[in-house]
Design a protein around this ligand. Structure first.
Ligand code: XMP
Length: 321
């Protein structure tokens, strides 16, 4: 539309004015905000932008491909992926407590991102860091345009101790729905532009108990089925999000064929919400629930029971951890 394309034109002009002939780096999370911010900066400065994507191994099925294949195809952006799954699994070994998990994932993420960014910055003389800050985030944090200091790591040779970046925040005046429109107009695929909220710590906080590779594979398979069926039923837009949670430390007895099983339950957590501050549990149609349940218990070997979370927020949070 006219307004969306004028937002894009103004934004591209402002980015060019700010960055000049400099270089920029942008972290991609797989989410809509960082993707749209990166796409705008790519349009403004082309190959002088490098995108960094940290695969922490806690992503859902297909998410890495959405970034590496679909985002790159749509934008032509230069992408540097860091494969850090083993590092995150090592750091999470033996940990079940939710806040500890979150702290470990956050800490490792910053370390990996900083190391990757420092490498790119040294090679390209990067002076700018792109962030997908939205207008509501600006208001919440009291405004003010800042700089970010990213400490380089001792194992990255030949760098100054600190690299200083100026922040480029092309979404600072926009609301989420405007960001989605801008992304669509820039040609980003619906899988990215229409993506439901997904927490930074990823599936790490949807496994109740220790996070292991096998448990992640089990949850990825169950989550992919739930998303497929919700999409097929045309409900993916109607609900806010539907976390699938693996109760990895719980087992229950089941029967399949002529054998007894002793497997794990998964919880479906479909919620309706305006802003995630409060939420209601979504009354999904029984036939959709039935298809999800039948497919998960047939197709995911470790799972022999599917249960539905019927708790609103408050008192429950949307995520289980
Ligand atoms: P809760 O569980 O607090 O979640 O009701 C509210 C919303 O925030 C998402 N969420 C996160 N998003 N980093 C994020 O970017 C996080 O650490 C995080 N934790 C929760 C959650 O999916 C829901 O949409």
């Amino acid at each position: 539309s006219w307004t969306t394309s004028s937002i894009i034109d103004d934004s591209v002009a402002a980015i060019r004015a700010q960055v000049g002939d400099g270089h920029a780096v942008c972290g991609l999370s797989g989410g809509v905000d960082s993707a749209v911010a990166a796409a705008l900066v790519q349009r403004a400065i082309g190959d002088r932008l490098t995108c960094v994507f940290v695969d922490h191994g806690l992503l859902r099925s297909g998410e890495r491909e959405q970034v590496e294949r679909d985002f790159v195809a749509a934008t032509g952006a230069k992408l540097h992926t860091v494969d850090a799954a083993d590092r995150f699994l090592d750091a999470l070994a033996g940990v079940s407590e939710p806040e500890t998990k979150r702290k470990i994932i956050g800490r490792e993420f910053i370390r990996v991102f900083e190391a990757a960014t420092s490498e790119v910055a040294a090679a390209e003389h990067v002076g700018f860091l792109v962030q997908g800050t939205l207008y509501p985030d600006v208001v919440e944090s009291g405004g003010g345009k800042g700089t970010a200091t990213i400490k380089s790591h001792h194992n990255v040779g030949g760098l100054p101790d600190d690299i200083e970046f100026a922040l480029v925040e092309p979404l600072r005046t926009l609301f989420k729905d405007e960001v989605r429109k801008v992304g669509a107009e820039l040609g980003l695929p619906e899988t990215i532009v229409g993506r439901q909220p997904f927490p930074g710590p990823g599936l790490g906080i949807r496994i109740i108990g220790e996070v292991t590779f096998d448990r992640l594979e089990t949850l990825r398979a169950a989550d992919a089925i739930a998303r497929e069926e919700l999409t097929a039923a045309g409900l993916d837009k109607a609900i806010w999000q539907c976390p699938v949670v693996l109760l990895a430390d719980v087992r229950s007895v089941g029967v399949q064929g002529d054998g007894r099983t002793y497997g794990h339950p998964v919880v479906l957590r479909p919620v309706s919400s305006e802003d995630a501050m409060t939420a209601d549990w979504t009354r999904l149609p029984y036939d959709v629930l039935e298809r999800i349940s039948t497919r998960i218990t047939n197709e995911v070997a470790e799972v022999n029971r599917v249960v539905l979370d019927v708790t609103s927020k408050p008192p429950g949070t949307i995520e289980w951890e």
